[in-house]
Design a protein around this ligand. Structure first.
Ligand SMILES: [Zn+2]
Length: 429
């Protein structure tokens, strides 16, 4: 996992096979086309995008309804799949795109479908808009800021290769590592995502206040349930985390939500309906963790995905290029396929312009692919299960991510600076 040390004068010879496009790329022209397309899509958003969002909300609510109506009958696949898909769709499609601001301008109800309103500000909003293991405010910092604007840098909190460094380096049988990954995939939202997003929220507050990070604390190290149980971390205590972040969800989602079944089972003369529901809810949680793992964790991992050393300016040439080189798309094109992928199948497009609507991503993907192909930039679109294999290979240490050639990383950052300076100059003239 060590970084290649590069000598810029010999960089040309060091380019790997398949990287011949790098010295030939016209970064400025590529960025211009991508920016213009993003601006056009944003301008065109309107009623159709809101209708489309409502359709997806309807599908998600239908899953909730089927799940809740059937969860007391018996422990079976129907309520498990329905409840799991409800949780999955509420997060990855409805909350994700609304919290990015995808509907800020086009939605008429700005008191709810707006990034500064949706699921945040009070417990009621969290409960009504997006109730999950992760705290919405914490997710907004971790995902919308840290992950999106530090993609595949060490500052990216979702950098799989870095987060799994311990497992990768562990001297253990491969079978054990696979079993570890499977167990983590069934539990990752509460085991890793919830505590780590909360750490990012606290860290952002510390940074805003100019508070010094204590010696020995590496802010990019992931905080997991294991960390909370075995170490004292400076950001928050285990009890605070339980009381504020996961406790309310655990109690309300798994035990209070099915309470009406206690009365219904009495009325029907049964004694198992409440417990059936609790069991279905827990099994659905394992399934939704797995579904989320397949659709989310695989977005930026694989031996064909690049890592970067330095940060870049948002919406610069380097930024647009990196979103393609460090993201992968899955099968896409119809609402049902996209729904099953949680709309995470447009990861390249979503990362280029994080604040567009779901419908815009659907429209943009073939156009982005065409632009990338024309400029020689590798655009990767593969089956999601193939990407699971590639992600697991990174997690267990079978493979490693690629580092973008250092001299070109620097050269592109310089190009960004020159373009920005020229823009400022032309504005002041
Ligand atoms: Zn996002």
């Amino acid at each position: 996992m060590c970084r290649p040390s590069t000598n810029s004068s010999t960089e040309a010879e060091k380019l790997a096979q398949g990287e011949e496009w790098i010295p030939k790329l016209d970064l400025q022209a590529f960025a211009k086309e991508i920016k213009e397309l993003g601006d056009k899509l944003e301008r065109e958003q309107g009623e159709a995008d809101v209708r489309h969002l409502n359709k997806i909300v309807g599908w998600s609510n239908m899953c909730a309804l089927v799940g809740m109506l059937t969860m007391g009958l018996k422990v079976s696949l129907l309520p498990i799949v329905a409840l799991s898909t409800w949780t999955f769709s509420r997060w990855t499609m409805i909350a994700h795109h609304t919290c990015h601001g995808g509907y800020d301008k086009c939605h008429p109800n700005k008191n709810r479908w707006h990034r500064f309103k949706f699921a945040i500000g009070s417990f009621w909003r969290r409960l009504a808009d997006w109730f999950d293991w992760m705290m919405p405010e914490a997710w907004n910092v971790e995902h919308n800021n840290r992950h999106h604007y530090n993609l595949s840098e060490i500052e990216d909190p979702d950098l799989v290769e870095n987060n799994l460094a311990e497992l990768r380096d562990m001297k253990a049988p491969l079978l054990f590592k696979y079993m570890y990954v499977f167990a983590a995939a069934c539990t990752w939202k509460w085991l890793y995502y919830s505590p780590n997003t909360y750490k990012e929220l606290k860290l952002a507050k510390w940074r805003r206040e100019g508070k010094k990070i204590p010696d020995g604390v590496v802010p990019s190290d992931a905080v997991t349930i294991k960390t909370l149980l075995t170490q004292k971390i400076p950001f928050y205590s285990l009890s605070e985390f339980v009381m504020i972040v996961i406790g309310p969800y655990f109690l309300i989602h798994f035990f209070i939500l099915p309470l009406p079944l206690l009365f219904i089972q009495q009325y029907l003369g049964r004694d198992d309906m409440y417990m059936n529901a609790v069991k279905n809810l827990f099994l659905a949680d394992i399934l939704t963790n797995l579904h989320g793992f397949v659709a989310v964790v695989t977005n930026h991992a694989g031996d064909d995905m690049y890592r970067f050393r330095e940060g870049c300016r948002p919406f610069s040439g380097s930024f647009y290029l990196r979103q393609v080189l460090a993201s992968v798309d899955f099968a896409y094109g119809t609402d049902i396929v996209d729904f099953l992928h949680g709309w995470l199948n447009y990861q390249i497009e979503h990362h280029m312009w994080p604040n567009l609507s779901m419908l815009s991503y659907q429209k943009s993907a073939p156009l982005v692919r065409e632009i990338c192909e024309r400029h020689g930039v590798p655009y990767i679109k593969q089956n999601v299960f193939w990407r699971v294999k590639k992600t697991v290979d990174i997690m267990v240490g079978n493979n490693s991510m690629k580092w973008f050639p250092e001299s070109y990383e620097k050269k592109y950052l310089e190009t960004d600076k020159l373009i920005l300076a020229a823009k400022k100059m032309s504005k002041s003239e």
